[in-house]
Each structure stands twice: as C-alpha cells, then as structure tokens.
Design a protein around this ligand. Structure first.
Ligand code: SAM
Ligand code: SF4
Length: 335
C-alpha cells in the first residue's frame, strides 16, 4: 500500500464522498448465526460468484477511483478457497490505505499468520457470547473454543488492531455486554455492539422482540465502566466511547436508534458482483455483467462505478415492526 495514485473521487448526488468498499467474497459460511441466516440456506451457485481474478479487477478499479479502504467480508470470507492470494493482490494496490477483514474467527487458528503476511493490518472478529452453550445456540454450528483460539492466533500474529463485534439480542445475550467488554479490554481490543438489522427472513426469533438498543447497552455498561464520547469517526456508523477503566474503546452501531446515513461513505459488492449502493435499499449495479461482457476493459468498469453514484439513495428505511423489505440476508450482502 503506497501513496495515493489518483485524485479522482466518487461523489454521490448528496455530496457524500465514497472512499470505502466492503467486498463479499462468498455468501457461504460455516456458521448459521440466528440473526444472519435461516437454518436452511440456499447458496448461490459457484458459477455466479465472482472469481478471484474478477474480484481483484474490481478492487483495482475502485482504488483507481480514489477508494482508500477495502473490507473483505462475506459470508465467512476465510472459507473462500485461495482468499489469501486475493488479499495479497489487493494489499499491494497503490493508493489503498487500509485492507481489513471481518471474520467469525473459525479459520484464524490456521490462517491468522498468512493473512497478516499477505498485508492485512486490521481485523474485526465477531463474538456474541462467552458462554459455550449460548455461543452454539446463536451460531447454530459454531464452536466457541475454536473462535477463542482464533482470537489468540490473531493476537500472536501481530495485527495493528483487532476489534470484536457483537450483535446483541434481548433475552439472549444482552446480559453479556459487561463480560464481553472485559474480555476485549483485557486483551487490548476495542469492541463494537451492533443493533440487529432486518435483512432477510429469519424464522428463529421475532426481531422486534429481540431488539436491544445501543442506549440500553450503554446504560448497562455505565453501571460498571466510565464511558466518555470520543471524537473518533471512521466516517461510518460507529459512535465510539473511551472506557476510562481499561483504556480501550466501545463502539455502537445503531441503525435504528441513531441513523447514520447522512455521513455514509461506503458501498458494498455482493459475492455475485452486484454493487449495492445502500445496505438497506435495493439500488444496485451489476458489475459482474460488466467484467464478464467486457473482459479486461477497466475503463468501462470504472465508468459503471462512476455512474452508480447517481443512484446511491439518501438512506435506509429499516423498520423492525414490519416484514423485512430487504430479502437478502446479511451474509449475501456482505456485512
Ligand atoms: N462471517 C463474518 C462475521 O460473522 O464476522 C463476516 C460476515 S458477517 C455478515 C459481518 C457482521 O455482520 C458480523 O459482525 C455479524 O454479526 C453481523 N450481522 C449479521 N447479520 C446481521 C444482522 N441481521 N443485523 C446486524 N448485524 C448482522
Ligand atoms: Fe456466518 Fe458471519 Fe452470518 Fe454468522 S454473521 S452466519 S458467521 S456470515
């Protein structure tokens, strides 16, 4: 990753500068988290998933258009075969300042060193519970010990920053917010709490009933910790607080209680190559069609991306009391 190679910027119709892309490299996953997937999922046929070469081409086009940060996600990105090669190719793009991954941690015991060597400097690891049985119930197939080993492997591998992400559901894991902050801070890691979003149909719980707001979490934490708002911003949805007792930070991603759309700086690429302009809307451009119809034509690809800015919507319309209006699951979207 070197100094910026372009002065071009992607600006949408609301004057927002898009400099961050989240790329889903697979819709598949070894877990079936209850808020993310239904138990019985149908995955996209492999021929419709972007190849690693196509993913690298699209990443290159974005960086040439001034994108400075790419997050690799999924599904579970680390179950995609040869993902480490893709990470290396993206990390070397001139102008990219940050390459990060969001992972469930299950593959980190084997891959932490390799992805660090490929050039990834920061990791987000999802961890919703420290209780073995509850962890299994929330992920349906996950094994807490493997994920904890993955977190240790990542710490040993020497990433610049590791952050924990936890989705909090009322009467499931809301009682774990204090132990989760303690777990993260004892290891020098920050933690973000995420309000569940109504993406895709799930049968396991009623999302409105399971809603536990960031403000409730904050007030639970303040019984034990002193939280002070920070001015830190990632240009994204997280609001951060310093934890006086630990020296670490707690973030809140609150799509329901604190709408963040007016500062949105990001777009998402699904594993099928659909460029989604908003997490909570269906406005999209089919970049797979562009790369497959015009192989190697970088200018045409960049034009398609430039033009997509004109349809980036102003914001999402999430409503937990209604049936989801977004039928794709978070795993298909690239969370
Ligand atoms: N498999 C990886 C993981 O779990 O970290 C990456 C993909 S996952 C879709 C990315 C993040 O989205 C995870 O932190 C997960 O907890 C979160 N997530 C999944 N479904 C969600 C939903 N319906 N609402 C809010 N967050 C969700
Ligand atoms: Fe898999 Fe991540 Fe979705 Fe859980 S949240 S099912 S780990 S993609």
């Amino acid at each position: 990753m070197q100094s910026a190679a372009t002065t071009e910027k992607l600006i949408d119709n609301f004057g927002r500068h898009v400099n961050y892309v989240r790329i889903s490299v697979t819709d598949r996953c070894d877990f079936r988290c209850v808020y993310c997937m239904s138990e019985d999922m149908t995955f996209v046929p492999r021929a419709r998933i972007l190849t690693l070469e196509e993913l690298a081409q699209i990443s290159t086009a974005f960086v040439e258009l001034g994108v400075e940060k790419i997050r690799i996600t999924g599904g579970e990105p680390l179950v995609r075969r040869n993902v480490v090669k893709l990470l290396g190719d993206i990390a070397r793009l001139e102008g990219l300042r940050e390459l990060t991954i969001t992972t469930n941690g299950s593959q980190l015991p084997a891959l932490a060193n390799k992805i660090r060597d490929a050039g990834v400097r920061r990791l987000n690891i999802s961890l919703d519970s420290l209780d073995h049985d509850l962890f299994r119930r929330l992920t349906r197939t996950g094994d807490l010990d493997t994920v904890l080993q993955g977190i240790e492997a990542a710490r040993t591998a020497g990433f610049d920053k590791i952050k924990i992400n936890a989705v909090i559901l009322k009467n499931r894991n809301h009682h774990e917010v204090v132990p989760l902050v303690a777990f993260a801070s004892e290891r020098g890691m920050d933690i973000s709490f995420i309000e569940e979003m109504p993406l895709g149909a799930i049968e396991e719980h009623d999302r409105a009933e399971a809603y536990y707001s960031s403000d409730e979490i904050r007030s639970d934490l303040e019984k034990r910790f002193t939280l002070t708002p920070t001015s830190e911003t990632t240009g994204g949805p997280s609001r951060y607080f310093d934890v006086a007792e630990t020296g670490t930070k707690v973030g809140f991603i609150s799509p329901h209680s604190h709408n963040f759309c007016d500062t949105c700086n990001r777009v998402r690429l699904t594993a099928e190559g659909r460029l989604l302009l908003c997490l909570g809307q269906e406005h999209s451009v089919d970049l797979r069609h562009v790369v497959r119809s015009f192989p190697g034509d970088r200018d045409r690809l960049k034009d398609a991306i430039r033009q997509s800015m004109s349809i980036k919507p102003q914001g999402h319309d999430f409503d937990l009391t209604e049936k989801p209006i977004i039928f794709r699951h978070m795993s298909a979207t690239g969370g």
